[in-house]
Write a protein that binds this ligand. Structure first.
Ligand code: NAI
Length: 245
């Protein structure tokens, strides 16, 4: 198994892509920390993983936008499992407002969660991660092309790709790899709650909708030794939606 004895933190691990990612790592024998601001759903997810035979699971209440909570989650991972090998920065947030109506607070909240949350995990993760460790940042195809009313999200996800490259450069000194995933439309609550999708402003062909497990498999690949020479790059997981004219 690729992740036997490895310890993995998945942010936003209580739902959607994060939950599928936690399940995928657990199925490959990893010990998993589900870090989510929704403590009840994180506990429910942890119970599910335990019932499925996971090697070790910890639910950690964590708002990734709060640096002290990020540090506490990493400390808890080390305390419970003795090491930290993989961080999946998956927690994310969208807003849907025109630039004329967006407030500074809304911009800051999206940047705090979608960009700085990853920075905090990289900052405190690098301090304890050993050579051979990996970080996978979950961005979005919105980092490349976007739809109306989600400027803060698109900007944060584009900046997350830039952070991925910067962190990869620093990670090389410690033999820690840092890469990003760009999911397309994935069948999760976030997709179907999206007002642009509901209104048709962002039209989605049902055959372009992937499963959380598709993204989880790509995340596990980037975190694994199979990707040992992949550093500072991005992998689009969208079933070809962006490639089509
Ligand atoms: P989801 O809504 O199913 O799950 C998001 C999880 O993140 C929830 O459990 C939520 O409680 C948690 N979360 C939100 N803010 C948090 C915070 N500040 N601190 C800790 N946890 C927090 O969403 P989904 O679709 O699984 O999204 C996961 C990631 O994938 C996000 O970064 C999203 O931007 C990205 N993504 C999703 C796509 C999709 O079509 N579903 C497409 C492209 C990217």
């Amino acid at each position: 198994m690729r992740f036997s004895d490895r310890v993995v933190v998945v942010t936003g691990g209580a739902s959607g892509i994060g939950l599928a990612t936690a399940q995928r790592f657990a199925s490959e024998q990893a010990k998993v920390v589900i870090a989510d601001r929704d403590s009840q759903r994180a506990e429910t997810a942890a119970r599910q993983l335990r019932a499925a035979g996971a090697a070790g699971v910890l639910a950690s209440t964590c708002d990734v936008a709060v640096e002290a909570q990020v540090k506490a989650t990493i400390d808890a991972a080390i305390e419970h499992f003795g090491r930290l090998d993989v961080v999946v920065n998956n927690a994310g947030l969208m807003t849907f407002r025109s630039l004329g109506k967006l407030t500074q607070e809304e911009w800051r909240r999206v940047l705090d969660v979608d960009l700085l949350g990853a920075f905090y995990f990289i900052k405190h993760g690098f301090a304890v991660m050993k050579p051979g460790s990996a970080v996978v940042n979950v961005a979005s195809i919105h980092a490349i092309q976007t739809s109306p009313l989600d400027a803060p999200y698109a900007a944060a996800k584009a900046a997350l790709l830039s952070l991925t490259r910067s962190a990869a450069i620093e990670g090389m000194n410690q033999q820690i790899r840092v890469n990003a995933i760009l999911p397309g439309a994935i069948d999760t609550p976030m997709l179907w709650d999206n007002p642009n999708v509901r209104s048709g402003a962002e039209s989605i062909d049902p055959k372009d909708v992937g499963k959380p497990a598709h993204v989880a498999a790509a995340i596990a690949f980037l975190a694994s030794e199979d990707a040992a020479f992949i550093q500072g790059t991005t992998l689009i997981v969208d079933g070809g939606r962006l490639a089509r004219l």
